[in-house]
Structures are given as C-alpha cells and as structure tokens.
Design a protein. Structure first.
Length: 306
C-alpha cells in the first residue's frame, strides 16, 4: 500500500528574511529579501555597482525557488574603509580639451578644475571592487541563497497557515448557510408556486375562454425553474474543492480565486431566484447576501496566497 503524499505548505506572499556574511576582514555584506503579493513573480534588485554578474545569478536562483510575489532583493556591501575618490581620466581630458577650444575661440580664461570636477561623471567616491573581490563576493552570497529562501519561506508558511485556517473557517460558514438554504428550498418553491397561482387566478377571473389547467402547468414550470437545488449542489461542490486545495497546499492562490468567483456567481443566481418571495424566501435572501459577504472577504485573503 503506497503512502499518502505529504501536503505542501500553504505559502503567503508576505515575508522577510536577511542573511549576512564576511568575505575578508575588510569586506562584509548583508542580503535581504522582502516579499509582498503580486499576480506573478516580480523581482526588484538593488545591487551595488559592479555586481552585475551576481545580480544575474541571483535572478536565476530565485526564479527556481519562488513562484509568485513582488520580491525586493537588496544587497549592501561594507568594505570597512572609507571609499577613496576617483576621477575619470579620459572624461576629464575631454572636458579640458573642450574648454580650451571654447576659450581660444572666445578669448576666455582657462577652465577651472573645481568647476570641471563638479561635472557629471568626472569625480566619484563609489567603492570599486577588484575582480577577485567580485568573484569572492559572488560565491559567498550565492552559497547563502538556499538558507535565505528557507528563512523567507518559514515566515511565508506561518502567514499562509494562518490564512488557510481563516479561509477554512469561512468555508465552514458558507457550508452552513448552504445547508440552511437547502433545508428551506422546497418550502420556498411551494410558496413561489402559490404566489404565481394566485396572481394567475386573479388575471383569469371571469375569463372562461382560457385553459386554466394549461396556465397552471406553466406556473408549475416557472416555479420549478425558480428552484435553487442546482445552485446548492454547485456551491457544495465548490466548497469541497476549496477544502481539498487548502489541504493539498502548494501553489493555489489563482485556483482558489477562480472557485470564489464561481461561488459568487451561484450566490447571485440564488438571490435572483428567491427575490420577492415571502416567508423563508426573505430568509434565503439574507443567507445569500451573507454568502456574498463571506466570499468577498475570502477573495481579498486569497490574493495574498502563492
């Protein structure tokens, strides 16, 4: 006998994790992941200059491990020293040559070096990494991606478990409301038929040329079409499917959202069929409105499930 499959965790798309490391006495780093809900996987990278190859590697690794969500990835690097100032020699010489040419044509003074250093791109205080430092940093950071994603997923699983419990309770309330509707269904259908019969009798009063039996048969057909048995059956099926998806875990947000849309459609049809019927008809209307409220709350919650 084969063992039952182990359910996957239910993941929220909300989470945060951070990990730190040290490449050398003078080079340390910390990497953070912050995740919020999004329809697809949306990676937003904040990396220091010169770490382009590491950024591409992180993108590839994270796409393998995270399915959905807006994921902010921030890498901060500390060299332990104040960054030294650098100037772009070629750019500086180009500016000077241009100034001198303009000065010769216009009989102006020679360019001011302080003014040139204030021009874009000439002087920079950004930390520059050597090729060896970049390689060492890349390997050190990449080695921590697995534990970092695991830490993120632990938080996302805690959030997801709480959401799943709330959604399960919502489905229980919906199931109770559906059972109450099912209990009153035949009585409401009978009341609807009686209301139609009375109105038809009033319209036909004194008119013997019309076949009363045929009219009453049509009234019975209309009353049958107002029956909510199909809606009750489909709602119960959707609720059971919803429970099974929660139990199985894994990627489910889009599937649950689709089921809730279908439940809302059935609740709307139920309301259209029972509107205007006295007695338990108004009670079913109240139950249907309550269903729609529960469904809408659930739809807001499933937006944050992976």
């Amino acid at each position: 006998m084969s063992a039952s499959p182990v359910p996957s965790p239910v993941y929220s798309m909300t989470g945060f994790a951070r990990v730190s490391g040290r490449v050398s006495d003078l080079l340390s780093w910390n990497l953070s992941l912050k995740s919020v809900n999004h329809r697809f996987l949306d990676l937003h990278m904040r990396m220091p200059a010169g770490a382009e190859s590491l950024e591409m590697r992180l993108r590839r690794l994270l796409k393998e491990k995270v399915l959905r969500g807006h994921l902010e990835v921030t890498l901060n690097v500390d060299r332990g020293l104040r960054p030294s100032a650098h100037f772009d020699r070629d750019l500086l010489q180009g500016y000077i040559a241009a100034f001198r040419a303009a000065a010769a044509e216009s009989e102006l003074k020679q360019p001011d070096l302080n003014a040139i250093f204030r021009l874009p791109g000439v002087l920079t205080g950004e930390t520059r990494f050597s090729e060896l430092e970049v390689q060492a940093l890349e390997e050190d950071v990449a080695a921590q991606i697995d534990p970092l994603v695991q830490a993120l997923n632990r938080m996302r699983a805690q959030e997801g478990s709480a959401l799943a419990a709330e959604l399960g309770a919502t489905m229980e309330r919906l199931d109770l409301a559906v059972s109450q509707v099912a209990h009153m269904r035949q009585e409401v259908q009978k009341a609807y038929f009686e209301r139609l019969s009375q109105r038809i009798s009033t319209l036909l009063n004194g008119n013997g040329a019309i076949d009363r039996d045929r009219i009453m048969q049509e009234a019975a057909i209309l009353a049958e079409r107002s029956d909510v048995e199909e809606e009750v059956t489909r709602l119960r099926t959707h609720i059971q499917h919803f429970h099974s998806l929660l139990k199985a875990g894994g990627e489910m947000g889009k599937k649950l959202d689709f089921l809730l849309q279908e439940m809302n459609r059935e609740a709307n049809t139920l309301l259209s069929k029972t509107g205007g019927v006295s007695g338990n008809g108004s009670r079913i209307t109240d139950l249907g409105l309550g269903m729609k409220s529960e469904i809408e709350k659930a739809r807001e919650q499933v937006q944050n499930l992976e």
